[in-house]
Design a protein around this ligand. Structure first.
Ligand code: GLC
Length: 749
C-alpha cells in the first residue's frame, strides 16, 4: 500500500473557512500570540547539564533531563500570547497543550516544534551520511521512523530536513545536509518530507516538516558559521533554492528563515526571497518561522535600529513566526497600532499558522497518549532500519590488495583509536533525544566476529587535547597483530552548528598515533568517523584500506564490523567532495569551465601553466562526488542514446549495461550526468540528472535506462527566468562524477 503523505501547501476550502471564522474572532493580542514561539522553561546551566550527560554516558547510563517550567508561562498560555513551543517531553507538552486548549479564550492548540534531524530516540547516521546511501526510499523510511518516535512524545512539527547545499567542509553544518549537489539534495529533501508527513502515525496525529535554512546558509564565506553569504541570483536560483522548491512540492508546510544575509539583505527580512520567490513565483502558502532569535540578530546585522525595528522588517518581509527573539510578542501589536505594520500583514501570517494547525488536525487531536512512546521508541524495526542506513551510508574509499573484507578468525586484530570503544560521538550532531547507552560501539560489533583471544583493543589517544601521549600500548598491540583496525576521526562536538574548522585534518594526537602504529609495519584498515569531509592526504597514503563511516548513529559500530568482515558489501558514494587541501575549498564536481580550464592546452609559457590551476595541488579533490568502492567490480558497457536528437518538449532516453564482474553480490549506484556545451550563460562541466541503485549477483548484467525530460535541462537565463535552450549536450552514465560512458544528443529548437 502506497503510504500517503500530507501536503500542507494545498489550500483546502474547508480549512480556509475554519481559518477565516477563527481569525474573525481574534483580538490583536491573540493574533500576535499565534506568531510567537516562546521558551516555556526556566533558564538552565547548560554546562552543568552537559557535564551530567557526559558522566551518565561514561557510565553507560541513560541520561534523563527535566526542565522546570517558568512560573509565568501558564498566564501567557491562558491569555493566548504564545502559539509555538519547542519541547520533547510528553508530560510537559500535554500539560501546556491543555492550558492552551482548555484555558484560553479561543482554545487554539500549540504547535510543538523540535529539532529532529536524523532520528529521534533511534538515531540514524547524520544526514550527510544518509545522503551517501543514494537511497531516497530508505531515507523516507528513516524520516517516517523519526516522525513516529517524535509524534509519540507530542511533537507535531520537526525543524527538519536541513536542505542547505554545502560545498565547504570547513562549515560544521555540512553534517546536517545532503552535500554539494542540488539534484541529489532535491531527492533527499523530497524523501524526508514525505517520510515526516506520512499520514499513518501511531499517535493518530500528524507531523509537519520544515525544510531549512531558507536560504543560502551553506554558502557562508570561509565556511565560518553565521558568516556573510554573497551569492549571485543565478547561483541562488540554480543551486541553493531547488531543494527548497522540491521540499515544498513534496508538501512541506513550513520553512525556517536563515541567520545569514544574502547579498546584503538578511534571510530573515529579505523581501526578495521571502515574498518575490516564495509567495509570488512559487505561490507557496506555508508558514515561515525565523531561526532562533534571528529577528533580534537583525540589529547586529546592522539593518535594524532595535528589536522593534527588526520585528517590523521581518513581519513586512514575510516571516510569520518569531522564534524566541521576543520582538513580535513585545512590539507587533504596537507596530500595528502605529500603522507601521498593516493589520492585513499580521492577518495573513496568522492565517498561515492557523492553516497549518488545522491541517495537522490539532484542533481535533491536541493531546498525546502518555506511555505511547515507550511502545514505539527503539523498536526492532527502527533499529534494523538504522543498521541498514549505517551500512548503506558508509563509503569505501581505499582497499589496496583487497585487504577487505577480513576473514573472521583468520587474523589477529589490534583495534586502536579513540572512536573504537566510543558511544557518544557516534550519535553525531543534533541527536538531542539520542542516548549513548543505545549505541553499538565498534568494539562490540567486532566482538561479534572475533573471539577475545584474537582481538586487542587500545584507545591509543584522546579525541581532543595535544598533551604528549604514550603510544607504546598501541604500538605493542599492532606488533602482536596481523591486521590493525584504526578508528579515528572527529568527536561529535567538532561539527554541527557553531563548529566550523579551518584545519580539517585529524584532531588532537591522532595523526601521531597513526604514525606510531604504521611504523609497526602491519596492514592498516582505517575507519574514519566524522561530521564532514576531512583533509587527510598523509593518512590516505599510510593506510591500506579506508572506510568513511561518518557519525553513523546507534548502529554504527555493528555496521562497521559487518562491512569490515564482509557480511555487508559497501555501496555508499560520497555526496560532498573530500579536498586534498583546505586551500582547494570550495572544490566540487559541478564547477564551471572558466576561460582557461586546467585541461586546456597551449597556454603554458616559460613553463608557467596559464590555466585555472594551483601550483601545488591538482584541481581534483582527493575523493570526488559520487565515488565509493565495492568488494566486487562493476563494468559499464554499451551506452545507447536512444534519442540523439529531440525537441524541447521531448524526453531524453539513454541506457547502458552494467555487469558485476566480481565474485560477490553488490549494489552499484549508477549515475547519469549531462553537460550543456554552449548556452547563453556559463554552465557546469557536469550536472547530476539521475541515479539509481542496482543490485547485481556475480556475473549478472542489467541494462539501466534513464528518462529525463528536456525541460529539466534548464537554468536561470540572462533575465533570470528559467529557460531550456536548444543545442548540443554530452551525457554520461557512470560510477561517479569523474568517469563514465560518454554520449551526445542535440536538443532541436
Ligand atoms: C538553531 C538552528 C536551527 C534550529 C533552531 C531551533 O540555532 O540554526 O537549525 O532548528 O535553532 O533549535
Amino acid at each position: 500500500m502506497e503510504e500517503k503523505s500530507i501536503h500542507y501547501n494545498q489550500l483546502d476550502p474547508a480549512i480556509e473557512s475554519r481559518v477565516n471564522d477563527l481569525l474573525a474572532k481574534m483580538t490583536l493580542s491573540e493574533k500576535v500570540g499565534q506568531l510567537v514561539q516562546e521558551n516555556p522553561f526556566e533558564a538552565v546551566d547548560w554546562m552543568a547539564v552537559m557535564k551530567q550527560k557526559a558522566l551518565a554516558e561514561e557510565q553507560g547510563l541513560p541520561f534523563r533531563f527535566h526542565q522546570e517550567l517558568r512560573p509565568d508561562f501558564e498566564a501567557i498560555l491562558l491569555a493566548g500570547r504564545v502559539g509555538v513551543i519547542n519541547s520533547a517531553e510528553v508530560g510537559i507538552i500535554n500539560q501546556l497543550q491543555r492550558k492552551a486548549v482548555e484555558g484560553s479564550h479561543l482554545h487554539i492548540p500549540l504547535l510543538v516544534g523540535h529539532d529532529v534531524i536524523h532520528g529521534f530516540r533511534t538515531v540514524f547516521p547524520i544526514p550527510l551520511a544518509e545522503a551517501c546511501t543514494w537511497d531516497p526510499e530508505l531515507i523516507e523510511q528513516a524520516a517516517h521512523a523519526a516522525a513516529e518516535e517524535a509524534s509519540a512524545c507530542g511533537i507535531n512539527w520537526v525543524f527538519s530536513p536541513m536542505v542547505d547545499i554545502a560545498r565547504d567542509p570547513r562549515w560544521g553544518r555540512i553534517a546536517e545536509g545532503s552535500g554539494e549537489d542540488p539534484f541529489l539534495g532535491m531527492a533527499m529533501a523530497k524523501a524526508q518530507v514525505r517520510g515526516y508527513q506520512r499520514d499513518d502515525l501511531k499517535s493518530g496525529r500528524r507531523m509537519a516538516a520544515c525544510p531549512k535554512h531558507y536560504v543560502g546558509y551553506g554558502a557562508v564565506e570561509a565556511g565560518r558559521d553565521y558568516n556573510t553569504v554573497d551569492l549571485s541570483e543565478r547561483t541562488l536560483r540554480d543551486v541553493y533554492l531547488p531543494p527548497f522548491k522540491a521540499a515544498f512540492e513534496a508538501g512541506a508546510g513550513s520553512t525556517m528563515s536563515a541567520f545569514n544575509e544574502i547579498g546584503g539583505v538578511p534571510g530573515t527580512c529579505n523581501p526578495f526571497t521571502l515574498r518575490t520567490i516564495l509567495r509570488q513565483e512559487w505561490t507557496w502558502p506555508g508558514v515561515v518561522i525565523s531561526d532562533f532569535n534571528a529577528i533580534g540578530e537583525l540589529v547586529q546585522h546592522g539593518v535594524a535600529v532595535d528589536l522593534k525595528d527588526a520585528s517590523r522588517l521581518s513581519i513586512l518581509a514575510g516571516v510569520d513566526i518569531d522564534m524566541e527573539s521576543g520582538g513580535y510578542a513585545r512590539y507587533l501589536a504596537e507596530l500595528v497600532e502605529e500603522k507601521a505594520v498593516p493589520i492585513e500583514v499580521v492577518d495573513e501570517a496568522v492565517r498561515r499558522v492557523l492553516r497549518l494547525k488545522f491541517g495537522l488536525g490539532l484542533f481535533e487531536h491536541p493531546y498525546n497518549e502518555e506511555g505511547l512512546a515507550e511502545t514505539i521508541h527503539l523498536n526492532a524495526e527502527f533499529r534494523s532500519l538504522a543498521l541498514q542506513a549505517a551500512h548503506e551510508s558508509m563509503v569505501l574509499l581505499k582497499n589496496n590488495a583487497n585487504l577487505l573484507p577480513l576473514k573472521p578468525g583468520k587474523n589477529r586484530i589490534a583495534l586502536i583509536g579513540p572512536l573504537a570503544d566510543n558511544r557518544t560521538d557516534l550519535l553525531g550532531t543534533w541527536a538531542i533525544s539520542g542516548q549513548a547507552a543505545d549505541v553499538d560501539t565498534v568494539l562490540q560489533g567486532i566482538r561479534n566476529y572475533l573471539p577475545d583471544s584474537m582481538l586487542t583493543s587500545v584507545q591509543g589517544c584522546a579525541l581532543t587535547g595535544t598533551d604528549p601521549v604514550d603510544f607504546s600500548a598501541a604500538v605493542a598491540a599492532a606488533r602482536e597483530a596481523d591486521v590493525v583496525i584504526l578508528v579515528l576521526g572527529e568527536g561529535v562536538a567538532m561539527s554541527g552548528e557553531a563548529h566550523s574548522r579551518t584545519h580539517l585534518g585529524l584532531p588532537a594526537r591522532q595523526q601521531e598515533l597513526l604514525d606510531a602504529v604504521a611504523a609497526a609495519g602491519k596492514p592498516i584498515v582505517c575507519v574514519l568517523m566524522s561530521g564532514r569531509p576531512l583533509v587527510v592526504p598523509h593518512l590516505v597514503e599510510q593506510v591500506d584500506a579506508l572506510l568513511a563511516a561518518w557519525h553513523g548513529g546507534i548502529r554504527a559500530g555493528q555496521a562497521v564490523a559487518d562491512i569490515l568482515f564482509g557480511t555487508v558489501n559497501p555501496s555508499g558514494k560520497l555526496t560532498a567532495s573530500w579536498p586534498r587541501a583546505e586551500g582547494q575549498i570550495p572544490v566540487y564536481y559541478a564547477h564551471k569551465s572558466t576561460g582557461r580550464p586546467a585541461e586546456s592546452k597551449g597556454t603554458t609559457q616559460f613553463d608557467v601553466p596559464f590555466r585555472s590551476t594551483h601550483l601545488d595541488e591538482p584541481n581534483a579533490p582527493a575523493f570526488g562526488f559520487g565515488c565509493g568502492l565495492s568488494y566486487t567490480r562493476f563494468e559499464y558497457t554499451d551506452l545507447v542514446v536512444e534519442t540523439p536528437s529531440l525537441p524541447l518538449e521531448g524526453t531524453l532516453a539513454v541506457s547502458a549495461a552494467i555487469k558485476n564482474t566480481g565474485e560477490r553480490a553488490g549494489t552499484e549506484v549508477v549515475q547519469l550526468y549531462i553537460r550543456d556545451l554552449v548556452a547563453s550563460v556559463t554552465r557546469p562541466v557536469k550536472e547530476l540528472k539521475g541515479f539509481t541503485r542496482v543490485a547485481l549477483q556475480p556475473g549478472e548484467e542489467q541494462r539501466v535506462r534513464f528518462e529525463l525530460p528536456v525541460k529539466e535541462l534548464g537554468f536561470s537565463g540572462l533575465d533570470m527566468s528559467y529557460i531550456v535552450e536548444p543545442g548540443r549536450f554530452k551525457v554520461w552514465i557512470g560510477p561517479d562524477s569523474s568517469q563514465g560512458l560518454e554520449g551526445e544528443f542535440v536538443v532541436r529548437p
